[in-house]
Design a protein around this ligand. Structure first.
Ligand code: CP
Ligand code: NVA
Length: 304
């Protein structure tokens, strides 16, 4: 593992090691034990889109590991506009020990990885959100769900978050049922890759069918960053795909509800469900920190 651009960069063993390291780092952090495994290391963070969780969790994570971050806002770098992606990468590679990038196109993180000479982490692209999926399945494990015995229903847009979850399900043998309207299904090649890895990936259109027997229900916004012009069309297309109390009632009793956040409350999810006792959303957000620290130590430092 030299870069983390996709869930496909990992083996099942990598995931197990990352989860074990994340659990250790989480305990150390809660106990207030110093764990400066990346002392003197610097991570550049390039953002083409807004962020709360990704920015803060990487920044806090590097700080807790004794390292440092540099936040590069969209207007600062202007990737591919002020300077080519490869020129940016080649310069950054002379100063920093790693790059985390949130980009419009998966090809951009791939180009950064080719040119920089340092590890590159995908902090969300059009194609994937691999750090999110790792934190999500780690959260499920913490709450007693063995991936091999877990049935996850993803209700909504077959987007970047859905893709990474589908691929991670493939790696770990988790069952995932995706329920999206016509034309908003996950990319077929992602589904095929996951199935080739051994996942049971089911695609259905009716949300109630997806959640029946589910241990957890996951949803994400209907309009992702960069798709704002399609918002009205999407809100129309996704009617009936809201995760609300009536839908959750069709899952296993006490089924968990997951959301990567930010949420568009009242669209893909209702307040009572997102803020209710079955919601794992804030645990997922917290675990971004711990899981990403494990990824950072693996890529930028010595093993824990
Ligand atoms: N879930 C997530 O990546 O949140 P941000 O967009 O706030 O980083
Ligand atoms: N699918 C969402 C995820 C945000 C974390 C987006 O790309 O905007």
């Amino acid at each position: 593992m030299t870069h983390f651009l996709s869930i496909l960069d990992l083996t099942r063993g990598d995931v197990e090691e990352i989860f074990a390291a994340a659990a250790r780092l989480k305990t150390q952090q809660k106990r207030g034990e110093p764990h400066h495994l990346l002392q003197g290391r610097t991570l550049a963070m390039i953002f083409e889109k807004p962020s709360l969780r990704t920015r803060v969790s990487f920044e806090v994570g590097m700080f807790q590991l004794g390292g440092h971050t540099i936040h590069l806002a969209p207007e600062t770098v202007q990737l591919g506009v002020r300077e080519s992606v490869s020129d940016v990468a080649r310069n950054l590679g002379r100063w920093v020990d790693g790059i985390m990038a949130r980009v419009f196109h998966q090809a951009t993180v791939e180009a950064l990885a080719r040119a920089s000479g340092v590890p590159v982490i995908n902090g969300l692209s059009d194609r994937e959100h691999p750090c999110q999926a790792l934190a999500d399945v780690f959260t499920l494990s913490e709450h007693g769900f063995d991936p091999k015995k877990t049935r996850l229903a993803f209700v909504g847009d077959g987007n970047n978050v859905c893709h990474s979850l589908v691929l991670l399900a493939g790696l770990l043998g988790m069952t995932i049922v995706v329920s999206s309207p016509n034309g908003f299904e996950p990319d077929l090649d992602v589904v095929q890759r996951a199935r080739a890895l051994g996942a049971s990936v089911e695609l259905v259109h009716v949300p109630v069918e997806a959640v029946r027997g589910a241990d957890a229900i996951y949803t994400d916004v209907w309009t992702s960053m960069g798709q704002e012009a399609e918002r009205e069309k999407r809100v129309r297309a996704f009617q009936g795909y809201q995760v609300n109390r009536a839908l959750v009632a069709h899952a296993k009793p006490g089924a968990r509800v997951m959301h990567c956040l930010p949420a568009h409350r009242g669209e893909e999810i209702t307040d009572d469900v997102l803020d209710g006792p079955q919601s794992l959303a804030l645990a997922q957000a917290e675990n971004r920190l711990h899981v990403q620290k494990a990824v950072l130590v693996r890529l930028l430092g010595r093993h824990v």
